[in-house]
Design a protein around this ligand. Structure first.
Ligand code: PMP
Length: 412
């Protein structure tokens, strides 16, 4: 029934059905993969780029004098340019390759915060942050005697920017917020957050993990100071992600890891460091990972981020409409959530929901989603979470809803 209803709902949101499941060899027929917020499946073009990187063109980067290494260096640096273009960075030198969003935030917390934060300074976070955007700040704050404030959420699960405005003071040096919540799917008005932070002289870091796969992102238009994301949620490989920062911030930051590739000259008397981004990329990088990330960017841009956003919004709407009709279901997050729906069923633990759905070949995530403070704010321990990608369609919403129907029957 829903499969027929959905195209209408897609039309309402300006979306159109995408049918890209055939691009993904790891998604067998009849399997509803609804855990893209944890990690996205990989399209064949990304797998091919990684395979090619290892089987026909593999060599190290930056150091080789032979042609193969020079070619690989060009490809690796082309991937950096690809990322810069994808997020609207002014220059590829503003893009640091890291292991993922977690490492990117830790880099900023260690290098920028260590230099800029003093005892008595404050950092503002929100209740919906992923642990990756909480713990590094706690560690940084502890080191210098700074304090952390936590912005509340609106009733429908957005970061309450009116409250942020009222909370911010000249003592705040940093505001660090999720661009899109990994639990609620709520989209931050990032431009307003940047204006509020800058008004008191604070920097804004945006955790873009859930935003870059779901909507166009332009760091210049957002006017943020730091932007981080992981490739594996963007249909790319694990083990690589990006930190973007304003060039003057990167320039002023000391290195964090020492080793090869990040130096200018080394002697036992004195070592000098390379300029960014090399200063922050000690050691042999994830060379082939960068090629996979570039292929992933080509892939999503080939479809169009606006189309992906409209498509996922329509799936969210259809899911919320259907689950909202079941009395025992409680839905979290706003109506216009980006690609993510969290819910609970009265009297059923989310892990049981996940296990029963798995028997129906529907894969969702159940738990605290690395957001225990959010669970505490919502007064629950866990949620079930369905999250969408370019391979999902109305049939996956149907399978989810049928599975939830089975859960409610099993639990009476
Ligand atoms: N922030 C958000 C909003 C996320 O969804 C995630 C991944 N669940 C992270 C940070 C951490 O990303 P990673 O584990 O790839 O470093």
């Amino acid at each position: 029934m829903l499969a027929q209803a959905l195209p209408q709902s897609l039309a309402r949101t300006g979306g159109e059905p995408l049918d890209h499941v055939a691009d993904f060899p790891a998604i067998p027929e009849g399997w509803a993969y609804l855990d893209t917020a944890a990690t996205a499946q990989k399209p064949q073009v990304v797998i091919d780029a990684i395979t090619r990187g290892y089987d026909t063109s593999y060599a190290t980067v930056h150091r080789g004098v032979y042609q193969r290494s020079a070619d690989m260096t060009l490809a690796y640096e082309a991937a950096r340019r690809r990322v810069a273009g994808f997020i609207g960075a002014g220059s590829p030198d503003e893009v640091v390759f890291v292991r993922g969003a977690t490492e990117a935030i830790n880099l900023v917390a260690q290098c920028w915060a260590a230099m800029q934060l003093r005892a008595g300074d404050r950092i503002l976070l929100s209740h919906l942050e992923h642990h990756s955007n909480i713990v590094p700040w706690q560690m940084a704050a502890e080191r210098v005697g700074a304090a952390i404030d936590v912005a509340p959420l609106t009733a429908d699960g957005r970061i309450d920017l009116d409250a942020v405005e009222a909370m911010l003071t000249e003592r705040h040096k940093l505001v660090a917020l999720a661009h899109v919540s990994n639990v609620l799917g709520s989209v931050l008005d990032a431009r307003r957050a940047a204006d509020l932070a800058h008004r008191v002289g604070a920097k804004l870091l945006l955790d873009g993990c859930q935003a870059v796969p779901r909507m166009p992102v332009d760091v210049a238009a957002l006017d943020c100071d730091f932007y981080v994301f992981s490739a594996h949620k963007l249909y790319g490989p694990t083990g690589i992600g990006c930190l973007w920062a304003r060039p003057e911030l990167l320039d002023a930051m000391p290195p964090w890891q020492g080793g090869g590739a990040m130096i200018d000259r080394v002697s036992f008397e004195r070592t000098t460091y390379a300029p960014p981004p090399a200063r922050f990329e000690a050691g042999t990088p994830h060379i082939v990972g960068a090629l996979g990330l570039a292929a992933a960017i080509d892939y999503v841009e080939g479809i169009g981020l606006e189309r992906i956003h409209a498509h996922e919004s329509a799936l969210v709407r259809a899911t919320r409409d259907a689950l909202g009709q079941i009395n025992s279901v409680r839905l979290f997050g706003p109506e216009d959530a980006a690609g993510i729906v969290s819910f609970t069923i009265e009297g059923v633990h989310p892990h049981d929901i996940g296990t029963i759905l798995d028997e129906s070949r529907v894969a969702i995530r159940a738990g605290h989603h690395c957001a225990q403070p959010l669970m505490a704010a919502l007064g629950i321990d866990a949620t079930a979470r369905a999250s969408f990608g370019v391979y999902n369609g109305p049939q996956d919403v149907d399978a989810l809803v049928a599975g939830i129907d089975r859960v409610t029957r099993i639990f009476g």
